[in-house]
Design a protein around this ligand. Structure first.
Ligand code: HEM
Length: 356
């Protein structure tokens, strides 16, 4: 996000929000762009061809074999990416978010976060299947599951990043995309650790593991308890709906939840409690609209958070305290993004610097 955009969006946090905060178009900062990605890079960028030649065999523990000069008879080298290498990938994603500002409300951030969540939210604690380790949404049938409609845009957005940093797995890249999206949309710091490995089509999970927006509290508990979350964590996770919007050509639902869909705040909870919500009269699936402006929406699944007494207690806490929301959101997102991932012992978590 450009600094002008950051200033603008930060200001929005403390002021009334009469209109959508679609990020203003920022000039592509060709001259002023920093080349984070070409520092570790000299090593990394020259390894692009090397990777293609070597096939990029992965070694457990985050080290990667490659052959210099594209010759398999040469001595294989081991490249062990470090913090700086992942920061370079982060910077590349953040720069691309800033440059590609004509998507939706001005940012690919929300759809990147949704990709990371849908990659992770297939986890089943009983069988240990699903989760972000695998990036199996690259393949049909998982890519065709109804809940994943529209996420090709996010996968495509990250493709040039993968091409530039071929040593990173899709699984780690998609999650790093989610981390970057949250931080660049002015959310809390999200500690990250790498170590996910891609699986083939056999790792695809069955349809039906992700929540259905048209259903209520029992369904939410079924879905999120299966992943290992409790009621507080369900409500904290749902705060992500401060971001982005529903699209008639994807989920069938329509509209944003908040007036600032590219800035993470606790507005989702405030609006749930403070606005009057009524059924929207339209030909689409049943959803709510705010009575006052008719420009915001809530899914039946969102309204379940204020209809259920236990959920509502947490909605009230997060509506009253943005710091508490940020703290709990960060913790629960880290848990979500790490479900079922067999990290090598001792893998530390890193916090990436945001693009200034
Ligand atoms: C509580 C159960 C949930 C339900 C029923 C649900 C359902 C939906 C639906 C129907 C959409 C609209 C998709 C579209 O039409 O493009 C959506 C969008 C979105 N969801 Fe959720 N979701 C849930 C939980 C979550 C969680 C846990 C996260 C992240 C932590 C999340 C993040 C998002 C984001 C960022 C978008 C906007 C995407 C965009 O603008 O393209 N959701 N969700």
């Amino acid at each position: 996000m450009a600094s002008a955009t950051r200033t603008f969006t930060r200001a929005l946090r403390t002021s009334a929000r009469p209109a959508f905060s679609a990020a203003p178009r920022v000039a592509f900062r060709q001259g002023g762009r920093r080349f984070y990605s070409s520092e570790a890079p000299s090593k990394t960028s020259s390894s692009v061809g090397i990777w293609a030649a070597a096939g990029g065999a992965l070694v457990a523990g985050g080290a990667y074999w490659f052959y210099q000069n594209g010759s398999s008879s040469a001595t294989p080298k081991v490249f062990t990416p470090k913090f700086e290498d992942y920061q370079a990938v982060y910077n590349e994603i953040a720069s691309r978010l800033e440059e590609n500002d004509s998507w939706d409300d001005g940012s690919y951030g929300p759809v990147l976060l949704r990709l990371a969540w849908h990659a992770s939210g297939t986890y089943d604690k009983e069988t240990g299947t699903g989760g972000s380790n695998g990036a199996t949404m690259r393949f049909a049938p998982e890519s065709d599951h109804g809940a994943n409609a529209g996420l090709k845009a996010a996968r495509d957005f990250l493709e040039p990043v993968k091409a530039k940093f071929p040593w990173i797995t899709y699984s780690d890249l998609w999650i790093l995309g989610g981390v970057c999206a949250i931080q660049e949309m002015l959310g809390p710091q999200i500690p990250y650790r790498p170590g996910r490995q891609d699986k083939d089509v056999a790792g695809c999970t069955p349809d039906g593991r992700l929540p259905d927006g048209s259903r209520g509290h029992d369904h939410l508990r079924d879905i999120f308890y299966r992943m290992g979350f409790n009621d507080q964590e369900i409500v904290a996770l749902a705060g992500a709906h401060a971001l982005g919007r529903c699209h008639p050509d994807r989920s069938g639902f329509s509209g944003p939840w908040t007036f600032s869909p590219t800035v993470l705040t606790n507005d989702y909870y405030k609006l749930l409690l403070e606005e009057k919500w009524q059924w929207k009269k339209w030909n689409g699936p049943k959803q709510y609209e705010d009575k006052k402006t008719k420009s915001l929406m809530m899914l039946p699944a969102d309204m379940a958070l204020v209809q259920d007494k236990k959920f509502k207690e947490w909605v009230q806490k997060y509506a009253a305290d943005n710091d508490l929301f940020f703290k709990d959101f960060s913790a629960v997102i880290v848990k979500l993004f790490e479900l079922g991932v067999p990290f090598p012992e001792g893998t530390e978590r890193w916090v990436f610097k945001t693009l200034q």
